[in-house]
Design a binder for this molecule. Structure first.
Ligand code: ADP
Ligand code: MG
Length: 396
């Protein structure tokens, strides 16, 4: 199944290993790391290379600087945080290319780690400029990509450089590819997809790609209202994409022809306003109030969905069941997360907000795989080739 070179295939001892990681983490107002999930996600790869005597040169982007140095987006705080996590010094480079960096690299010993400054301080990074890729590649003997979250971008440090050096998937990248492709290629039946989130339009390609593979589709969240409208149900002031109602109807027809069971919400938690402290009440499809907006799936739907999930062999979940950022409207999302955590099914969670919901509940460890790549996991599930993966060396 795995056609790309992986870290295990590489003999890193004494080699300079350029490792692209996703250290694009949120910083707090003091400029310190506010959430280190992504840094922690890269630790296995970092430790493996260092312990095997590689000379580890870490590269990442952070935020969206305008192609020039900007202290707000310096990776300095991340070098400090990483040093604490590893219990050893990670040196910080003043730039990601150039003579100063070259001299730092030439002084490295086996097992040392150096963090390069933000690759997006150079406009050539996002332009995937070949000259810039060559300058990055000249620092190292080997390339390892562990930045799954950036794999959908063809940038110099993700794609360009991978074409210039022996290039392998890091441990996190390998795990992401393994589980996401398992869901797409060999899911244990019954295969259930749970789709939610704000809009149908964000997920059209995912639904299209999954339809021929799944047995059951559970639809919740804001996107459910466009589907309900396609079935002729009025949904008051709920989020509806009028221009997608036709598509949603076509999709329901196609699912039926293909023998895919589709469950839409049958009841809802509605409110008059989109507010955290809005008063919510439960209504059924038949009695949807004209002045109400659906902000969560209702208890009957949540129970029904949970039952389906408990019987599933494989579950792919993308998109919350309601406005889970508001505590009062998080029950449906939490019910799905808990059902998944308690089920024997292989559970794969993709999408930034769904993952945030699972993290908030502390259920991450009880899922089979929680993806670290929001946009990247979505594109993977759409069936696209991600440039950062495609550019890795093929396994001999
Ligand atoms: P993910 O990041 O997991 O792919 P999305 O970004 O597609 O998920 O959707 C997440 C957003 O959808 C959340 O901000 C949530 O508040 C919103 N949402 C969910 N249900 C509704 C709803 N019924 N009405 C409006 N917004 C909703
Ligand atoms: Mg999102």
């Amino acid at each position: 199944m795995f056609t790309k070179l992986i870290l295990k295939d590489m003999d890193v001892r004494g080699k300079r290993v350029l490792c692209r990681v996703d250290f694009n983490v949120p910083l707090n107002s003091d400029g310190d790391v506010a959430d280190d999930t992504r840094i922690v996600g890269a630790l296995d790869t970092i430790r493996d290379i260092a312990e095997r005597g590689g000379r580890l040169i870490l590269a990442s982007h952070l935020g969206r600087p305008k192609g020039c140095p900007d202290s707000r987006y310096s990776l300095g705080p991340i070098a400090r945080h990483l040093s604490r996590l590893l219990g050893r010094e990670v040196a910080m480079a003043p730039d990601c290319v150039g003579p100063q960096v070259e001299s730092l690299v030439s002084n490295m010993r086996n097992g040392d780690a150096l963090l390069l400054e933000n690759v997006r301080f150079h406009p050539e990074e996002t332009d995937n400029d070949p000259g810039f890729s060559r300058r990055l590649a000249s620092l190292a003997d080997l390339f390892v990509n562990d930045a799954f979250g950036a794999a959908h971008r063809a940038h110099a440090s993700t794609e360009g450089v991978a074409r210039l050096l022996p290039a392998a998937a890091g441990l996190l990248m390998e795990r992401e590819i393994r589980y996401l492709s398992l869901a797409l290629s060999a899911p244990a039946p019954p295969f259930v997809a749970v789709l939610g989130g704000a809009k149908v339009s964000d997920k059209i390609l995912v639904i299209e790609n999954l339809l021929s593979k799944i047995d059951t589709l559970l639809v919740g969240g804001g996107m459910a209202y466009t589907f309900l409208r396609a079935r002729g149900i009025t949904v008051g002031k709920s989020l509806v994409e009028e221009e997608r109602i036709y598509f949603a109807g076509e999709l329901l027809n196609r699912a039926e022809e293909m023998g895919v069971r589709v469950l839409l919400p049958e009841d809802h938690l509605v409110a008059r306003e989109f507010k955290a402290d809005a008063e919510g009440w439960v209504c059924t499809n038949e009695a949807f109030p004209v002045d109400g907006m659906g902000l969560d799936i209702g208890p009957e739907t949540a129970r029904h969905f949970a039952n389906v999930l408990r019987e599933a062999g494989t579950v792919l979940w993308n998109g919350p069941m309601g406005v889970f950022e508001f505590d009062a409207f998080a029950k449906g999302t939490f019910a799905v997360a808990e059902a998944l955590a308690g089920s024997e099914a292989l559970s794969i969670i993709g999408g930034g907000d769904s993952v945030a919901a699972v993290n908030r509940l502390g259920l991450t460890d009880r899922m089979t795989h929680v993806s670290t790549g929001g946009g990247a996991s979505l594109e993977f599930l759409e069936g696209k080739d991600l440039p950062g993966i495609a550019a890795l060396s093929d396994r001999a």
